[in-house]
Ligand binder design. Structure first.
Ligand SMILES: Cc1cc2nc3c(=O)[nH]c(=O)nc-3n(C[C@H](O)[C@H](O)[C@H](O)COP(=O)(O)O)c2cc1C
Length: 159
């Protein structure tokens, strides 16, 4: 490597993104959720999306074992949800309103700009992260909501 990891982070932080919270259900039936901005649309036919989780985190292993995910594109008034699902705490869902279509379905949090429900399609090892390539099963969007943005460690407002 001819550059340090700080430079790599600074360069990647210059790419403005939205913010998602990806949820799933553990083998014990508990709701799981993690803040993720490594989200991308991949294919339209068939509809595929991806997100990446670091192997070091607690959620990577549990997410590999589950099949269903809900990717929440956060709205600009959901900065608190972003912080909560990125922070170390035992039950991030404590006091967080959510619904589930079935036992093994991923929990869905209301009030988001959009939600993509999907199923694990392929896991791809990529350095210290695992890429979750997922097949889209359901979509919902609230066109009235503006998305939460993330840029260089902060949350700029969309004009
Ligand atoms: C805006 C933002 C985006 C993030 N994106 C990712 C990501 O794409 N992949 C990831 O593994 N962690 C990402 N994180 C870090 C995780 O949310 C955080 O470290 C995580 O909740 C650690 O949880 P765990 O150890 O419980 O898995 C992001 C954090 C923030 C604040």
């Amino acid at each position: 490597m001819t550059f340090d990891s700080r430079l790599f982070r600074d360069v990647m932080g210059s790419f403005a993104t939205g913010v998602t919270v990806v949820t799933s259900t553990s083998q014990k039936g508990e709701p799981l959720g993690i803040t993720v901005n490594s989200f991308s649309s991949v294919s339209l036919e068939p509809p595929l999306v991806l997100f990446c989780l670091g192997y070091d985190g607690n959620h990577c292993r549990e997410f590999q074992e589950s099949e269903s995910y809900a990717i929440h594109i956060l709205a600009d008034d959901q900065g608190d949800i972003c912080s909560r699902f990125a922070s170390p705490m035992d039950n991030r869902f404590n006091g967080i309103d959510h619904t589930k279509a079935g036992e093994e379905s991923a929990p869905v949090i209301p009030g988001c700009a959009a939600v993509i429900e999907c199923q694990q399609h392929q896991l791809i090892e990529a350095g210290d992260h695992l890429i979750f390539l997922c097949a889209v099963t359901n979509l919902r969007v609230d066109m009235e909501k503006k998305p939460l943005l993330y840029y260089r460690g902060g949350f700029p407002l969309l004009a």
